[in-house]
Design a protein around this ligand. Structure first.
Ligand code: MGD
Ligand code: MGD
Ligand code: SF4
Ligand code: MO
Length: 702
């Protein structure tokens, strides 16, 4: 324990605070925490020192997140829209009973006129969404329960599912000797803390870090080598690296024989397509000698990891780029061993409600993503949802529940998303703040935050882990936890008996019935974790062949090319719009969650666009100047940072503020600029991912 933590512990204890084990949900990595509460207020909080995920640490946005427990702008009452849709919402306060009745009446009407599949739900991976699933899927009968993932790491998910049959492999960086990060800026956009710490510790022990990114990110700044790649060309580079490894005979033959499907065909495929380093160099802007060298280093330094997050996935060719980056791990035998990409085990966390089979309604239609023609999409292609609402394609969607996600801000093509909200018969927003999406909805329901309610979810740690969030303070205003909201609506629908728990401890006990830990111990510790288990490939994977599918049967069955290919992405800069848009997160904020937090806004009060000094000279841009970025569709005014660390021909827009932030609250309002109306609704044809970087722009001083 560091001196600082000891000191803080002592201060808090002296002042008589109660310590509650919980987790942070400021970002999806949900680090286990200790929340210190006195007189019903959060007075301090820190990482849970016992938990392997964070070992007592937190990131800046996690530290500052206690603000959420007392933000005066928190939603406090259910609100009903009083003006017509298609304009900024005006609302009146209503009671919960009125809210439940309103929603239930609309649900009944939609089921009668269009069928239950005309209601969809989208959320931010919140585990408590499970209560809405019980309500809307199991009892109401809609197959359309989705998350926001097509706006996030959908391409990574799809690549990992198709190759490894695993949705979210973790990284055993701490034991690695060679790491290639493809557009994964984990030291800026931090993903929990043990992976970043593990990587930095490994580096101190001599692990080589190569960052492939158009931008000289926080992570690139710590790398041994930064390879500035032309946007949307990772697939070409990774395929050429695979070819070098196979040409040189550096593959792990024993591993590919035992655990991989289609290795021999893959070599032939690369040869046939001519995916040589010289070919790739032309496309990605990294010279052939470097491609060869990095490929050979990677194949001969073990253990190693080649991994992606979202960078390569924001283009219409991201699906195969992702697969190719991970095939590097597969052909060199670097999967699921110590120091590798780890196909982590999941904890046996069950459903909270036991709804009898005979009470469950079977959906009559296939889920939207299948009906839309995206059978391999791990989630809804969000950018296509407006087609279903506005045009009834592939079938009508009339009701939408939105929980802990802000699609008006987060999805591409804001105009179209807002048009969608105007056309819905029922739009319900469950949030903690009056978000931009809330303002487009019929009804806004104040949910409790992670300081005020209980949740159990899978921990993002190398081994199986279950983590518990416990209520530390009373709900803010009249806000309710998702369980109570779903229960209230269910009661109006005549299904109240299925929500028969009095306290959160009752449903929590049901959820962890199969875990080797009781609720009392879980409350005491805040988490349950098993040691990481390595080398499980012999048990078979959840792919069609049970192996790592370099040849993807899922792709073949869906009519796609089973081996990855490189195709050019869709929107290419031209004379009128000469610059390529890329995006990156802000280290001091999380997406659109933290811009009303004064502590973080004091450090980072607005977002900006980065532009290379060579481009800045061409377009008359000086550092710190306000500039206009204009696409064929829209324009924004934003502050510019003139940098050396960005590939010329691109701009990097830091994501998180802006769009007037008219809704969120008094601190967020009017700060920074938002880029999501610059682009159209481009969707990856295989994974359904939103392609935010399919966007060309021009820039000039404001
Ligand atoms: N501080 C902070 N931490 C966060 C978040 C946050 O908002 N702030 N958000 C959380 C969430 S929800 C997520 S999903 C993760 C995201 O984690 P990351 O995916 O690591 O985060 P981004 O900043 O979006 O990283 C995208 C990177 O890809 C690069 N890039 C763009 N185009 C290309 C390309 O064609 N090829 C390659 N190789 N790189 C490219 C960008 O320059 C950028 O550095 O972070 C999580 N952690
Ligand atoms: N241009 C561009 N667009 C992007 C990205 C990018 O890098 N560039 N990043 C993409 C990525 S990686 C992601 S993950 C998405 C994220 O996009 P979203 O899914 O919209 O998620 P957030 O921005 O995290 O905001 C979520 C909403 O949750 C609310 N909220 C916060 N805490 C709670 C809570 O405890 N309960 C409830 N009910 N609500 C809560 C907030 O007030 C906010 O309205 O955006 C994507 N969009
Ligand atoms: S990484 Fe995410 S979950 Fe962990 S402390 Fe930071 S904001 Fe919270
Ligand atoms: Mo994300």
């Amino acid at each position: 324990m560091t001196r600082q933590i000891q000191l803080a512990d002592r201060i808090a204890k002296i002042k008589g605070a109660e310590v509650i084990k919980s987790f942070c949900y400021t970002c999806p990595w949900t680090c286990p925490t200790e929340v210190y509460v006195r007189d019903g207020k959060v007075v301090y909080h820190k990482g849970n020192a016992e938990a392997p995920n964070n070992i007592g640490s937190r990131c800046a946005k996690g530290m500052a997140s206690w603000w959420m427990s007392q933000d005066p702008d928190r939603l406090k009452h259910p609100m009903l829209r009083t003006n017509a849709k298609g304009q900024r919402g005006e609302f009146k306060r209503i009671s919960w009973d009125e809210a439940f009745t309103f929603i239930a009446d609309k649900l009944k009407l939609i089921a009668e006129k269009w069928g239950p599949e005309a209601v969809a739900l989208t959320c931010h991976h919140d585990p408590n969404t499970v209560f809405y699933h019980h309500l809307l899927r199991d009892l109401y009968g809609s197959p359309n329960m989705y998350t926001h993932t097509s706006g996030c790491e959908q391409d990574r998910r799809a690549a990992c599912l198709n190759l490894f049959g695993h949705v979210f492999p973790m990284h055993d960086f701490a034991n690695s000797k060679y790491v290639i990060l493809w557009g994964m800026n984990m030291l800026g956009a931090n993903q929990g803390l043990f992976e970043s710490r593990g990587l930095l510790e490994a580096k101190m022990r001599g692990c080589k870090l190569v960052v492939i990114d158009p931008a000289f990110t926080e992570t690139a700044q710590k790398a041994d080598e930064w390879l500035p790649i032309k946007p949307g060309t990772d697939g070409a580079l990774a395929l050429a690296m695979c070819q070098v490894i196979i040409d040189d005979g550096l593959q792990d033959k024993d591993f590919t024989d035992r655990y991989c499907e289609g290795f021999d065909g893959f070599g032939a495929h690369l040869d046939q397509k001519g995916y040589t380093p010289e070919w790739a160099a032309e496309i990605c802007g990294i010279d052939a000698a470097t491609i060869r060298r990095i490929a050979r280093e990677f194949a001969t330094t073990k253990p190693a990891i080649s991994t992606i997050f979202k960078g390569s996935g924001y283009y219409t060719n991201g699906h195969d780029a992702g697969r190719a980056c991970y095939i590097l791990d597969a052909i060199t035998g670097q999967v699921d061993g110590v120091g590798n990409l780890l196909l982590k085990d999941w904890a046996a966390v069950g459903a909270p409600l036991n709804i009898p089979k005979k009470a469950m309604r079977k959906p009559k239609k296939e889920p939207l993503h299948i009906a839309m023609g995206y059978p391999l999409a791990p989630d809804l292609p969000n950018a296509r949802l407006p087609d279903a609402v506005i045009e009834g394609d592939p079938y009508p969607v009339k009701g939408l529940f939105v929980q802990a996600t802000n699609p008006v801000m987060s999805d591409p093509n804001r105009d179209r998303v807002m048009e969608m909200f105007a056309k819905l018969e029922l739009s319900v927003c469950c949030d903690v703040l009056m978000s931009e999406t809330a303002l487009e909805c019929d009804i806004v329901l104040p949910e409790t935050s992670f300081f005020e309610h209980a949740e159990i979810r899978q921990g993002l740690w190398l081994g199986a882990q279950a983590i518990l969030c416990q209520p530390a303070i009373a709900p803010v205003g009249e806000s309710k936890p998702p369980y109570d909201i779903a229960k209230g609506i269910a009661a109006q629908m005549g299904w109240g008996k299925h929500f028969d728990f009095e306290s959160w401890e009752d449903w929590a006990a049901t959820m962890i019935a199969d875990l080797p830990v009781g609720l009392d111990e879980l409350k005491e510790k805040g988490f349950w974790a098993a040691a990481p288990v390595y080398d499980k490939l012999g048990n078979g994977l959840e792919t069609k062949s049970g192996k790592i599918e370099i040849f993807s049967h899922a792709y073949a069955d869906a009519g796609f090319n089973p081996y990855p290919d490189f195709v050019q992405r869709t929107v290419i800069p031209d004379d009128d719009y000469p610059l390529q848009v890329t995006h990156a997160k802000l280290s001091m904020h999380c997406n659109l969650v933290t811009q009303n937090n004064p502590l973080l806004m004091e450090i980072c009060s607005e977002n900006w666009v980065e532009i290379n000094s060579a481009d800045a000279r061409i377009y008359g841009i000086e550092d710190d100047m306000m500039v206009i970025i204009e696409s064929p569709k829209d324009s924004i005014t934003i502050r510019a940072k003139v940098v050396e660390g960005l590939i010329p021909g691109a701009v990097s827009i830091r994501h998180g503020h802006g769009f007037g932030h008219w809704a969120m609250g008094r601190i967020a309002k009017g700060k920074g600029a938002h880029s999501n109306n610059l682009m159209d609704s481009h969707t990856n044809p295989v994974t359904g991912a939103n392609c935010y970087n399919e966007c060309k722009v021009r820039v000039q001083p404001a």
